[in-house]
Design a protein around this ligand. Structure first.
Ligand code: F6R
Length: 237
């Protein structure tokens, strides 16, 4: 594990974007695993800037997102497809056909999970996975549980996650209760993992995840076992 300690959110975003841009420049056909949430917004802003300046070219890149709420239309402002299009994908020179988010509206959610796993495999796996971390240690929507779930699956969101996400909805009742998430296997099989976290409220869980016991009760703790994990954070660990 390599920890890059930065001054603040802005520097974290700049360094994370530079790592992603360098990956794309070295490997133009990179498969990027992407996350939503508030943490990567600055990273995406910086990537857009780099793209506009001609410093990174997304034309051959494929993106595969970690997760999506069930039952939200992709045009819903809180869907992760909407988020990705708004914060990155429609603002860089990527072919939208090469961008993938689970279909939370699929009639058959199990079939959708299987399709997503097959898609990841068909693309040859993820080259660089960008991750945030939830307050309970979740990555994607892999919530604390008795075991690590390997493949893409549907999860019932924990109350803490629903509450954390309610800031984006009118009321807590409007927050979807289920989501589709990539499992632990494709995340751990990614060539490189880039974990970003900022805000004092993330300090304890980040410490636990990086230095505590590896346990499915803190899903991000499994990242300790990855051979190429980079953590960029302003937090004192
Ligand atoms: C979302 C995702 C989640 C977030 C986590 C932190 O695609 O992967 O695991 O990374 O919930 O969210 P923020 O960044 O909003 O604190």
């Amino acid at each position: 594990m390599r920890i890059i300690k930065v001054k603040n959110y802005e520097e974290m975003s700049k360094i994370a974007a530079d790592i992603i841009a360098a990956q794309i420049t070295l490997h133009p056909q990179t498969v990027l695993g992407l996350a939503t949430g508030s943490t990567p917004i600055g990273t995406y802003e910086r990537l857009i800037e780099l793209c506009n300046n001609g410093d990174v070219d997304f034309s051959q890149v494929t993106t595969i997102n970690l997760d999506e709420y069930c039952d939200l239309d992709p045009t819903h402002e809180q869907s992760y497809r909407y988020f990705m299009n708004k914060h990155l994908l429609t603002k860089v020179n990527i072919d939208l056909e090469n961008t993938h988010v689970p279909n939370g509206k699929a009639a058959d959610i199990d079939a959708e999970c299987k399709r997503y796993d097959e898609l990841i495999q068909k693309k040859g796996g993820i080259d660089l996975q960008l991750l945030g971390i939830g307050h309970n240690g979740h990555i994607g929507f892999n919530e604390p549980s008795d075991e690590f779930v390997m493949g893409t699956h549907c999860v019932n969101l924990k109350e803490s996650t629903i509450n954390a996400n309610s800031r984006f909805f009118n009321t807590t009742d409007d927050v979807p209760k289920r989501a589709i998430t990539m499992g632990i296997k494709p995340i751990m099989q990614a060539g490189r993992i880039l974990l970003i976290a900022s805000g004092d409220d993330k300090k304890d869980i980040l410490k636990k995840a990086l230095f505590g016991p590896v346990t499915p009760l803190v899903p991000a703790s499994i990242l300790q076992l990855h051979k190429n994990l980079i953590v960029v954070t302003p937090l004192d660990l």
